[in-house]
Ligand binder design. Structure first.
Ligand code: BJW
Ligand code: ZN
Length: 250
């Protein structure tokens, strides 16, 4: 028996559409034990992401920022995908076109089996030299001081900080997928950080049915066609079952 109610309109849209696009944020990994950025409680109240997640902060105290990322790597290494990640990985089988865009850097969608993930804000499992851009992806997680490349450049995490451009191809693909889908899901994001937050708006402008899944209302809830208030680890497995049932009946 499903505890989540999906509207008749969503049923029809999911049955009629070939293409579904999903945008995920930190909330999708919350039930795995990865702290979100802007929810109450946790380390994010002590450090504002805007203060640490920027290039100036890294240049003024590289060891501090590096050790903060190493700490987060330890958290992310030890967690596992949750039922929400697995449901999204399985959902891609049920649509001719299924695009998963994430703002998360934790690699949990890949680890859950999602084949193609558009990573807007990079991936914490990678690093690169700020001078020559050579990659260094196997640095010991225990190393708390920043390393230098042979060229003398500092090595930084391959994530997108405030004020930095998103990876060009990832953003281009994400915009394209948002323009061309019948249903767009915005899941576990506060919708406060741009340009990612503009994607549901792009989808809506292109007549997609836009659905938010989040336990709390967000900056964008008013603009949504449907808001499902709940945790993604609970709602998404139910959504998957619901899609499976409807596709079988078709
Ligand atoms: C659950 C749940 C459960 C809980 N189930 N849900 C004014 C207007 C517009 C833009 C700007 C502006 N001033 C400045 C800007 C630009 C800036 C920006 O948007 N700032 C805003 C804060 C105002 N953007 C940028 O700087 C971007 N770059 C850019 O614009 O470049 C321009 C440029 C062009 C050309 C050349 C040069 C420059 C870059 C943004 C990079 C963001 N980076 C971070 C850090 C990544 C690395 C790291 O992790 O350290 O990305 S910041 C942080 O926020 C991270 C996230 O991906 C991102 C979004 O957060 P998210 O995922 O939404 O998390 P939360 O915590 O906010 O929300 C969690 C949600 O989950 C909540 O709603 C909960 O309710 C929910 N939840 N449990 C489902 N179980
Ligand atoms: Zn270098």
């Amino acid at each position: 028996m499903s505890r989540v109610q999906f509207s008749k309109e969503l049923v029809e849209r999911l049955n009629d559409t070939e293409a579904v696009t999903v945008l995920t944020g930190a909330g999708v990994s919350a039930e795995s034990g990865v702290p979100t950025f802007r929810d109450p409680g946790g380390i994010w109240e002590k450090f504002k992401p805007e203060q640490l997640a920027n290039f100036e902060a890294f240049m003024s105290d590289p060891d501090f920022v590096w050790s903060w990322y190493q700490h987060r790597r330890e958290i992310m290494r030890d967690v596992k995908p949750n039922p929400g990640h697995y449901a999204l990985a399985e959902m891609e089988k049920y649509f001719a076109v299924f695009n998963l865009i994430t703002q998360n850097i934790d690699n949990l969608h890949h680890r859950a089996g999602s084949k193609k993930v558009i990573e807007l804000h990079g991936n914490i499992e990678r690093n690169y030299c700020i001078k020559c851009r050579k990659h260094f992806d196997d640095i010991d997680i225990c190393r708390k001081q920043v390393l230098k490349c042979d060229c003398g450049g500092l090595i930084r995490p391959d994530v997108v900080w405030f004020g930095e451009a998103l990876p060009y191809n990832a953003l281009k693909n994400a915009e394209e997928c948002s323009r061309n889908c019948g249903v767009f899901f915005s899941i576990g994001t506060s919708a406060e950080v741009y340009p990612a937050a503009s994607l549901p708006l792009v989808a809506k402008q292109h007549y997609s049915y836009v659905v938010e899944i989040n336990p709390k209302r967000t900056a964008h809830s008013e603009l949504m066609d449907e808001v499902i208030e709940g945790r993604s680890g609970e709602v998404l497995p139910e959504l998957l079952n619901f899609i499976k049932l409807n596709k079988i009946e078709k």
